[in-house]
Design a protein around this ligand. Sequence first.
Ligand SMILES: C[S@@+](CC[C@H](N)C(=O)[O-])C[C@H]1O[C@@H](n2cnc3c(N)ncnc32)[C@H](O)[C@@H]1O
Length: 158
Amino acid sequence: MHDDAAGYVHPEKVDVAACVGATWIGGGVVGTIDILARALRPGGMLLVGEPYWRREPPDQETVAACHATARDDFDDLPGLIRRVQAHGWDVVEMVLADQDSWDRYAAAHWLTLRRWLDAQPDDDLAEGFRQELTEDPVRHVRYRREYLGWGVFALLRR
Ligand SMILES: C[S@@+](CC[C@H](N)C(=O)[O-])C[C@H]1O[C@@H](n2cnc3c(N)ncnc32)[C@H](O)[C@@H]1O
């Protein structure tokens, strides 16, 4: 099924429902939990990938470079876990990105951009992708690598 997950309800209840890196579809982590929970059988598990502030962002420039519009778009890690618990879910497992794995994720984009540019140097999109390949590594090391954490959290309903 390839569709907008925000409006999709799976016809059968499932054991595991996951959203790994798109919680904006539900307006944040809590709304996305509610979307996923519609398809969950009693006792089933949710997997939710969510960013959090690894360090407190010092200014709006940092906030914007980390895919947020406002500082309060994301919690810090204790705040995120408390938010999920307050919504009625236990956090029973988590896998957090560290800075090295964050680098692997970001750098895969850079190599993909470079390979694409090598293959299609005269494409209409080439100028924009060239700019992205120049700017994104700087943005990553200056902002996201330092300030933005990310993890997948396994949840069971309380
Ligand atoms: C940040 S990526 C994460 C992808 C992958 N899980 C990862 O960790 O690399 C977000 C993914 O969510 C998908 N997505 C965005 N909005 C969506 C929506 N409304 N419904 C379903 N998928 C959506 C995008 O196509 C993209 O593949």
